[in-house]
Design a protein around this ligand. Structure first.
Ligand code: GLC
Length: 570
């Protein structure tokens, strides 16, 4: 199966957000499953500066778009079993930033047109072109346009992944022909028209053979107006070809036992390194050095859909709890100002860094105890998964990928791998923060087991890659992997048991056992320990019945839900 993955950013070449992480890891994972994969992205200045000496010039050609006739260079690089192609046009891409220019429409119109134009210069003619977000949304539209004239374009199937429906590529319909070289029929029949605007994402949703988004819950949410930014009727109409495939993370890159970016390495079995990372974090950020207090961390862009209003509303109630708070991120001025001010009110207990700083973010994932993500909407979210890998237990709102990756803590059966709340309400958020903080301070062993469950969750790309391959296979009327496996997997590799992953999708919490069993044949004492302790410890929190706040923190899940329902009704 030949897949061409089209993206406007990919790690390690260029990154502004989560799309880059996905585009950097999914294609190699598809290749590992046996597909032939190439990725194509623009040759930005930053790519040329950092990877210029590794690029091979393939050829150049000219791209016709409306009245423009523009040069397009094709460069390539082999990495992780994937061919990475870069499309060169200095006028469009030799700029300091990836996006944010007045002519972004023209820049990515050119990109999409050039992808189709340059297909015949690439190493294969693809079975499937997989596009991402509005920047490559015109590819399926151009393929339909060209397919009218040439059969070979009709043979290509298309998949579109929506990483965040908020960004749609909206323009004045007047420029359709001038900028994108398309016939006005595309807006007249409504295919690319929404709310009076030319809408590139809508066009792609309608023209693609399959549409995916980055978590099953977000796929459901996109059918409702609250989440879909006016595209909900289109999402409902296209429900038959819509699916949600949960993103993974690069588990080798984010591994606390090998990560060179953190000061002290550790594992779920031996957390002494994490304690030292915590002390170091407290020193670095001017927090009181106290192992007893949990550090609650937020690493986020400071923008509205991240749910920061909830935190602003109850910041003082939060700081009444025995905890420390760390905030790292930058974004909207109102949040920056608020958190700067709040940080000054709690010296030694709250640290605010208004910055995008990868090194510090790793120190926080390693050193913190709890990770707060109360997003209003979150298509998938990667940081909660990274936090869990580093044993930093997430507190999230049940939306999108947060809901699909974090299972709520249930005291009565010692289950779950984080804390969750459903309603977009600061009271509900405070309630679970309290539950988490008091579990940490009063029942360290129970918290320890929760932390271990978080660390052992499986977020590897293998399972998602297999799901994408099944989707592509469905489009091509081919089953996957049965048919392709013998052809593409070398004999030795096929013999190795670890390469033949299970066919069935595993629930997130079931997978780690299989994964760890594969990786290290250590004695598996965890389950025995868990069941032995479960009986003894479980009753401890309930029997103790501490002060009012603590009692709230150890309610059973059932009671909690009931209480929430009541709050909501009030
Ligand atoms: C977008 C979404 C984020 C998701 C990422 C990768 O940035 O907002 O939730 O994790 O794309 O798909």
């Amino acid at each position: 199966m030949k897949i061409l993955y089209v993206t406007s950013e990919a790690v390690p070449f260029c990154k502004t957000g989560g799309l880059a992480d996905v585009a950097g890891s999914l294609p190699p994972a598809l290749a590992k499953e046996g597909a032939e994969v190439a990725v194509v992205l623009p040759l930005y200045r930053t790519v040329k500066e950092r990877f210029g000496d590794q690029l091979t010039f393939v050829c150049y050609d000219y791209v016709n778009l409306s009245w423009r006739h523009n040069y397009c260079g094709l460069f390539s690089l082999e990495k992780d079993g994937v061919t990475w192609y870069f499309l060169d046009n200095e006028q469009y891409y030799d700029r300091p930033e990836l996006y944010g220019y007045l002519d972004d429409g023209e820049r990515f119109g050119f990109f999409s047109r050039a992808v189709v134009r340059m297909l015949s210069h690439m190493k294969f003619w693809p079975d499937v072109i997989h596009c991402n977000d509005w920047q490559s949304a015109l590819v399926p539209v151009y393929l339909k346009d060209d397919g009218v004239r040439e059969e070979r374009y009709r043979s290509i199937k298309t998949t579109l992944t929506i990483h965040n429906i908020e960004y749609q590529g909206r323009y004045n319909p007047y420029i359709l022909g001038e900028l994108f070289g398309l016939n006005e029929g595309w807006v007249r029949d409504g295919t690319m028209l929404m709310d009076g605007d030319l809408n590139l994402l809508k066009g792609a949703i309608l023209c693609s053979d399959a549409v995916t988004t980055v978590s099953p819950t977000y796929a459901e949410e996109l059918r409702s107006p609250y989440f879909a930014h006016k595209l909900d009727p289109v999402m409902r109409q296209c429900g038959f070809k819509l699916s949600g495939v949960l993103n993974g993370i690069d588990q080798a890159l984010y591994d606390p036992s090998t990560d060179g970016r953190i000061a002290h390495r550790y594992s779920a079995e031996d957390l002494s390194g994490k304690a030292r990372d915590k002390a170091l974090l407290q020193q670095m950020l001017g927090l009181r050095e106290d192992p007893e207090l949990p550090i609650v961390a937020i690493v986020s862009r400071l923008v509205a859909h991240k749910g920061l209003d909830l935190i602003c509303e109850v910041i003082h109630d939060m700081m009444e709890l025995p905890m420390q708070l760390v905030i790292l991120g930058k974004g909207d001025q109102k949040y920056e100002e608020f958190f700067r001010w709040a940080g000054q009110q709690y010296p030694g207990r709250m640290a605010v860094r208004l910055d995008y700083n990868e090194a510090l973010s790793m120190a926080i994932y390693a050193g913190a105890d709890l990770f707060l993500m109360p997003s209003r909407s979150e298509p998938c979210g990667l940081s909660q998964m990274i936090a869990m890998r580093y044993g930093t237990v997430p507190i999230v709102r049940e939306t999108g990928g947060l809901k699909d990756t974090v299972r709520p803590y249930e005291a009565w059966r010692d289950a779950g791998n984080g804390f969750t709340f459903a309603n977009y309400s600061s009271g509900d958020m405070l309630y679970v923060i309290r539950e988490a903080v008091y579990l940490y301070t009063d029942y360290p062993e129970v918290f320890g087991r929760l932390r271990q469950r978080a660390m052992s969750a499986d977020f590897s790309w293998g399972r998602s890659a297999a799901e994408y391959l099944r989707i592509y296979g469905g489009l091509l009327d081919r089953s996957w992997p049965e048919e392709a496996a013998p052809e593409t997997v070398p004999v030795e590799a096929a013999a190795a048991p670890e390469e033949t992953g299970p066919e069935e999708a595993m629930p997130v919490e079931a997978a780690p056992e299989a994964a760890s069993a594969k990786a290290a044949p250590k004695p598996r004492k965890a389950p025995a320990k868990k069941s032995a302790k479960a009986a003894g410890e479980e009753s401890a929190p309930k029997a103790k019945k501490p002060a009012a706040k603590k009692a709230a923190g150890t309610k059973t899940a059932k009671k909690r839900t009931a209480a929430k329902g009541k709050d909501a009704a009030d």
